[in-house]
Ligand binder design. Structure first.
Ligand code: PAF
Length: 286
């Protein structure tokens, strides 16, 4: 695997592959890789001739008081894992390489309607940071396809919308959420959990699955379903930021007529903020 720290090196490698007609798959990450990330690499490998990953802890998507400086950085281990999983190139720029001016971009990319709801309402500026860095990385890597985890469902919807609106020639591929045996979604932030918090954390996925089950069984009072789950999460010792049922395509508030839904939640547990979701497709209902 080749490792590039500069834009110039990265561009010359991907351009050479492109000239040879190779299909390029891209997996952007912030490092501290776990099996969930590796499954994204595997999806990219199954669809592309060359796989490029990036590791960049993007300051622009962290708010004041968030964990930018303490975000786990495990670069040597990450390189080994990427190499073992068939990644061809890793782009690992310094902050000044991507944001030469004072470490921050001057131009920003924003998808306002989708960015200020759900997680965006609790993390102002977060999705602006994500959209800006992903747009920049797409312009540098010029991938044919890019793979994102469905665990970050709102991020996936924001990026799909940005790609559509700005006409990026990139196919966005959503990959299923990697889970631990007890259902907890894999996340770098799980390592902030103490042993007892780790035992409590699977309640998040249990409640999402319970709500999805109620909808699949025909319950239509979405407000009541969410209130029940919010109460259950507080009872379990989790502090929910939100628990909501939305339309899967655009995260609009879901109504009885919608058939493709997603239940999304974010909770605080000790030092960690955990997010997860469950999709529901009511295909056989009139
Ligand atoms: O999901 C992440 O790890 C980040 O938000 C991303 C997409 C790499 C952008 O920094």
């Amino acid at each position: 695997m080749e490792v590039f720290a500069t834009i110039e090196e990265l561009k010359s490698a991907v351009r050479a592959w492109r000239r040879e007609g190779q299909v390029i798959g891209f997996v952007p990450t912030m490092g501290n890789l776990h099996d969930g990330h590796l499954s994204l690499i595997n999806v990219a490998r199954s669809r592309a001739d060359r796989v490029v990953a990036s590791i960049f802890v993007n300051p622009l998507q962290f708010g004041e008081g968030e964990d930018f400086s303490s975000y786990p950085r495990t670069e040597d281990r990450d390189k080994t894992l990427l190499e073992e999983n068939g990644c061809d190139a890793l782009f690992m720029p310094a902050v000044r390489e991507l944001y030469p001016e004072r470490g921050m971009p001057v131009t920003i990319v924003e998808v306002p309607e989708l960015s200020n709801i759900l997680c965006g309402a609790h993390r102002p500026g977060h999705f602006r940071g994500v959209a800006t860095v992903v747009a920049k990385l797409f312009n540098l890597v010029e991938p044919d396809l890019a793979v994102f985890g469905e665990k970050d469902y709102q991020q996936l919807v924001v990026i799909r919308r940005m790609v559509e609106d700005l006409c990026f020639p990139v196919e966005i591929v959503g990959a299923p959420t990697g889970r631990e045996d007890d259902g907890l979604a894999m996340s770098s932030r799980n390592q902030y959990l103490t042993e007892s918090e780790r035992r409590t954390a699977p309640a998040l996925h249990r409640e999402l699955a319970r709500a999805a089950g109620a909808i699949a069984d025909g319950e239509q009072d979405f407000g009541k379903i969410c209130d029940r789950s919010l109460a259950a999460l507080w009872e379990e010792g989790l502090k929910p930021d939100y628990f909501e049922i939305r339309r899967a395509s655009d995260l609009a508030v879901a109504g009885e007529e919608d058939r493709h839904l997603v239940v999304l939640a974010a909770v605080r547990l000790g030092r960690a903020r955990l997010i997860d979701n469950e999709r529901i497709d009511l295909i056989n209902r009139n």
